[in-house]
Design a binder for this molecule. Structure first.
Ligand code: AMP
Length: 272
């Protein structure tokens, strides 16, 4: 049975200490469901949170029009065997209005997504910290789709001694390669075709072995797709630092397709 609660009193009365937690903004898809399935396998009690966090949206971003589909989301949670859904209102999460004391992501929060979306990671970390405490999480599950987010959450947990195990889950894709995202529903059919260039570029890049080749191969595919405006294409180390000459690395892309901003990334190995 899946129980749905909306208040801090209810969640603290119902969620046992040390739960497995999946945090989402709703509009649930197979990517979110995969997080729930992994959590379900590893924990006796699973909580899913559904909250569109105003703090992590910029003034010109899609907070107002972000898809809100609570009934279908609860049904998806039920199908995945989630025990408790916590879907707080904005006032429940921020009863005093915008919080005064918030998270500062540090250097790792200033590159890539942080450079393109000022304030986004501070807002994201602030709500993640609150939700970890409210749900009394023992483990929490995040997708590699948002790779920098995952790295920052790991860092926050270490730096602030939050004592929660953070589990990263590989990106779930459509059969044609497109990374699942709640924002994909904004894409027209022709934009969706253009959007495939992101995963194709990453795949092509990841098939090369030196930094120059990786970036050139990926860049070429993006340049050849007129429907895609690249925000960044970056090759980093697995920790988002400088890429090594040899060893594990990450290739990340952000781009606009029409009015929709998409991100994606893949792991790869570099060799001389
Ligand atoms: P969101 O609702 O977009 O905030 O995402 C909630 C969680 O689901 C985050 O940890 C995301 O990284 C994860 N997620 C979103 N899309 C995917 C995907 N395609 N594959 C795996 N995890 C995902």
């Amino acid at each position: 049975m899946t129980v749905v609660v909306h208040t801090r009193e209810e969640i603290s009365a119902k969620a046992p200490e040390g739960t497995g937690v999946v945090m989402t903004m709703g509009a649930l898809h197979e990517g979110h469901r995969e997080l729930m399935r992994v959590a379900r396998e590893q924990n006796p009690y699973v909580v899913a949170t559904i909250f569109v966090n105003p703090l992590q949206f910029g003034p010109n971003e899609d907070y107002e029009k972000y898809p809100r589909t609570l009934d279908a989301d609860v049904e998806a949670c039920r199908e995945e065997g989630v025990d408790l859904v916590f879907a707080p209102s904005r006032d429940e999460m921020y009863p005093d209005g915008p919080p005064q004391v918030t998270m500062t992501p540090g250097q790792l929060g200033e590159i890539l997504e942080g450079a393109s979306r000022p304030g986004h990671f501070g807002g994201m970390l602030t709500v993640v910290e609150k939700l970890l405490l409210l749900t009394r999480a023992g483990r929490a599950y995040f997708g590699e789709k948002d790779f920098q987010q995952l790295a920052l959450i790991r860092r926050m947990v270490r730096d602030l001694e939050l004592g929660v195990e953070i589990v990263g889950v590989p990106t779930v894709r459509e059969p044609d390669g497109l990374a699942l995202s709640s924002r994909n529903r904004y894409l027209s059919p022709s934009e969706r075709r253009s959007a495939l260039a992101l995963s194709r570029a990453l795949r092509e890049g990841a098939s090369r072995t030196t930094a120059d080749d990786v970036l050139q191969a990926a860049r070429k595919i993006l340049d050849d797709e007129p429907g895609v405006r690249v925000d960044y294409l970056a090759l980093t180390g697995a920790d988002l630092g400088e890429p090594p000459a040899e060893g594990p690395a990450r290739l990340l892309v952000a781009a606009r397709v029409g009015a929709t901003r998409l991100i994606d990334n893949v792991p790869l190995g570099l060799h001389k």
